[in-house]
Design a protein around this ligand. Structure first.
Ligand code: SF4
Length: 258
């Protein structure tokens, strides 16, 4: 996780070393399978591993210590576990959460093939930070074959410097998630954009800049921006504390809208 004076990293490098730990053929590490009330009820596989290190991240410690957490599940077994949670809780939506789902490409594509054939599941929500989709048009093209997939790209910053300060990744990677949006438009994938615009995290001028960048890409995408609020999960508080940000000062303020 980030600490004061950290050295910015290349997120593609972190993706590669993380994949070496959490992916094995078509298997990926997961810590649990369950259903939750978000998105109106959704079956979820909690997978391991991300290529960013956002200080406001709520994911459990498997993000930071992927070698210590989770067990390997083949795409078929992960599908069966998520589908079972969907049956038990009577929900028709599915997703992978707690990580960056686009790591372990072979696993994700096979998992989506299973869901595409499952008539009980209507929608698969693919939440991503946009790093892998912004660096591979081919990957986005492959995802575009799945009719049940709805991608949610989550942006972290409106300026390159702020991107590094929030995620730990080098400033050069700031534009990658915006490239992901262009790729999703190019291949006609169903998606929307979210952004961590919580005013306790992102200043007003940066939010305006982020929205301008989205408008330059596509006005409809910008108009449908989902604005995220940072919640005080235990892991978030510890990450902020270790980074040198006072979580009390952040969370004692109400998350008023911009
Ligand atoms: S907030 Fe998302 S992109 Fe950022 S470190 Fe956590 S899981 Fe990764």
């Amino acid at each position: 996780m980030l600490s004061k004076g950290f050295k910015p990293f290349d997120p593609l490098w972190l993706a590669k070393v993380t994949e070496e730990i959490v992916c094995n053929g078509d298997s990926r590490k997961y810590t649990s399978f369950y259903a939750t009330g978000v998105y109106g009820g959704i079956a979820t596989g909690y997978a391991v591993g991300c290529c960013l290190r956002c200080f406001f991240c709520w994911s459990n410690w498997s993000r930071d210590f992927p070698e210590l957490y989770g067990k390997f599940y083949s795409a078929e077994d992960a599908y069966k576990n998520i589908a079972k949670a969907a049956r038990i809780w009577n929900v028709k939506r599915a997703r992978i959460s707690g990580c960056e789902p686009t790591l372990c490409r072979d696993h994700l594509v096979k998992l989506l093939e299973y869901f595409e054939r499952d008539n009980r599941i209507e929608l698969f929500i693919l939440e991503t930070n946009g790093i892998m989709f912004g660096t591979s048009k081919n990957y986005v093209k492959e995802i575009s074959q799945f009719e049940k997939v709805h991608v949610r790209v989550s942006l972290k910053a409106g300026y390159a410097k702020a991107f590094t300060a929030r995620t730990g990744a080098v400033q050069e990677a700031f534009t990658i998630p915006f490239e992901a949006i262009k790729n999703l438009l190019k291949y006609n994938v169903r998606f929307h954009v979210a952004a961590m615009t919580d005013p306790r995290i992102m200043p007003k001028d940066e939010r305006v800049e982020l929205i301008k960048k989205l408008i330059d890409i596509n006005e409809v995408v910008a108009a449908n921006l989902e604005e995220e609020i940072c919640d005080p999960y235990d892991t978030t508080i510890v990450r902020m504390y270790i980074y040198g940000i006072d979580p009390v000062a952040i969370f004692k303020r109400k998350p008023e809208l911009h």
